[in-house]
Design a protein around this ligand. Structure first.
Ligand code: ADP
Ligand code: MG
Length: 321
């Protein structure tokens, strides 16, 4: 590497993000010293992005910097946590300064909007791979878990699931630019973690999960953890115009199993739902009720014409393809 590891850390990482008062020692020593408030739990999440697996070679480094943090903040959001700190493990084929400055720009931009401080990491040489660990804070008995849902509750989802899956398919098949709108590309490459929504759900939603593996696959996690079934009304799914055009042909795979969406799926008791949905709307959070939790363990889909099926499209599983 033309630039030493020490210089690289100093130039690109040491002061990339704001300094939080609860960081006693950040980048520069053998480890960081963090000081969480006594009445909060620390919520920890980690995700890895591997070239060729999670993103295509040549992907915009700024988008990668954004996404590597966003996917972790999405997990914190699904727990109802407020983001605080992050660590970053980078494996790079070479110390490409243009790539590094683009990457850390994307990372730091998202970190700034959530007041996250980068407090450490590791830098090694090898095939391009990015691992981020994010740490958040939540009041001790308030974290949103998968296991607390009950039959009779309403099932709700944020945003417009299916966009990222559709964008990925179009990129992978070399779709002409006319079919690959900026909107779809942004949804795939620069997802918005629903941190503000997660904070609204704390103490009010029963169970929550982010739908990074696809709506049905992640709903199944709630169903198994909570011992409930679910019934989804496809006519209620909030989808973008692009995804709606595919659904209109009878293909519901994108919103149901597309994955990479980073929206929140949650359940709420009927008596709490009206006030909760009103508060979401007031905060500018797009949320839609898409069905209900039911007794049993099965997931049922209701088509717009009333037809019913228990045959579900699969979500994304790295070891299953
Ligand atoms: P050590 O050899 O003691 O593990 P390193 O030389 O790997 O330490 O790292 C020195 C400092 O730089 C540490 O504070 C470490 O957390 C930080 N650091 C290294 N790589 C990164 C990175 N990619 N992002 C953020 N901080 C990093
Ligand atoms: Mg050391």
């Amino acid at each position: 590497m033309s630039i030493s590891e020490f210089d690289l850390i100093r130039r690109f990482f040491a002061e990339a993000t704001l300094a939080r008062p609860d960081v006693l020692l950040g980048i520069g020593d053998d480890a960081a010293l963090l000081c969480p408030p006594a009445d909060k739990l620390v919520v920890v999440s980690m995700d890895t992005l591997v070239e060729g697996r999670h993103f295509l070679p040549g992907c915009d480094p700024a988008a990668l910097g954004h996404k590597s943090l966003a996917v972790n903040l999405s997990d914190l959001a699904a727990m109802g946590a407020e983001p605080a700190w992050a660590t970053l493990s980078l494996t790079l084929p070479e110390a490409d300064e243009r790539w590094l400055s683009g990457f850390i720009g994307g990372f730091a931009g998202l970190a700034a909007s959530h007041k996250v401080q980068l407090v450490g990491g590791d830098t090694t040489r090898g095939p391009l791979s990015i691992t981020v660990q994010a740490h958040g804070l939540v009041a001790a008995d308030r974290a949103l878990r998968r296991a607390a849902a009950s039959p009779g509750e309403l099932l709700c989802v944020s945003g417009t699931p299916g966009d990222a899956g559709l964008a990925l398919d179009r990129l992978a098949h070399g779709a002409p630019d006319t079919e690959m709108s900026d909107y779809l590309r942004e949804r795939l490459e620069r997802p918005t973690p629903r941190v503000a929504l997660g904070r609204i759900l704390v103490g009010r939603a029963s169970a929550a999960i982010d739908i990074s593996d696809g709506l049905v696959a992640d709903l199944r996690h709630i169903c198994v953890a909570s011992s409930v079934g679910a019934r989804i009304e496809l006519a209620r799914l909030p989808v973008s115009a692009q995804v709606a055009a595919v659904c209109a042909r009878g293909d519901w795979r994108y919103p149901l199993a597309g994955g990479d969406d980073y929206e929140l799926l949650f359940s709420v008791a009927p008596e709490r739902s009206e006030a909760l949905l009103r508060d979401c709307a007031a905060a500018g959070q797009q949320v839609r009720q898409i069905g209900r939790l039911v007794d049993g363990s099965e997931i049922t889909l209701v088509f717009p014409d009333g037809r019913v099926t228990k045959e579900l499209p699969d979500g994304f599983d790295h070891f299953d393809r």
